[in-house]
Write a protein that binds this ligand. Structure first.
Ligand code: IMP
Length: 180
């Protein structure tokens, strides 16, 4: 059950698109010598971001997905991260870009990177659309970040609250309406 809430726009679709164009330029430069970049989206929150990002990349990419357990239907992060669905491809000796929606405590990204690093990729970089630095517990930072945001619960552009609002074209902030 979710409490009643409204959503205030925080980052517009236009601002997100402009930032992705910028980031894609930096990624292309970093991986300029790559034969084929493996872009790994972390399900489910990164599905909109990865779709827009790869279309700006203008280079050879292979798209793969990995699902790690995190919030479930709640707003609480869990420190114990489990892999629910692994990538399909081999990454040994390959160039890999991990795409995350939000780095919050950082436990999810830290765990995923540990697992992927153990498979000996040639390069392993990360991009997160959003970063909440004030919430960090694990010592981790994405190579590229779209936007740093305050400690607010956000939805839209692939990101959910209890499986709702993933299809909003912008990032919005959840405000509970029965707050006293
Ligand atoms: P971390 O392991 O605490 O960094 O959690 C990262 C994951 O928690 C993200 O990939 C999201 O799925 C989820 N998450 C963190 N903050 C929010 C939020 O504000 N709204 C929705 N999901 C969030």
């Amino acid at each position: 059950m979710t409490q009643p809430y409204v959503i205030d726009e925080m980052i517009s679709a236009k601002t997100i698109a402009a930032r992705i164009e910028e980031l894609a330029g930096e990624i292309r430069t970093r991986f300029a010598d790559s034969d084929k970049l493996v872009v790994v989206g972390l399900l489910r929150g990164s599905f909109v971001f990865i779709a827009d990002l790869v279309r700006e990349l203008d280079m050879n990419v292979e798209v793969d997905f990995l699902e790690a357990s995190s919030y479930g239907n709640e707003m609480e992060s869990s420190r114990e991260v489990r892999i629910l669905k692994d990538i399909r491809g081999e990454i040994q000796g390959r160039d890999v870009l991990v795409v995350e929606d939000i780095v919050d405590t950082g436990h999810t990204l830290a765990h995923v990177l540990k697992i992927l690093n153990a498979r000996a990729p040639r390069k392993l970089e990360t991009i997160a659309l959003l970063d909440k630095p004030s919430r960090r517990e694990a010592d981790i930072r994405a190579t590229w970040t779209g936007f740093e945001i305050p400690d607010e619960f956000v939805v839209g552009y692939g990101i959910d609250y209890a499986q709702r609002n993933r299809n909003l074209p912008y990032i919005g902030c959840v405000r509970f309406t029965n707050d006293t």
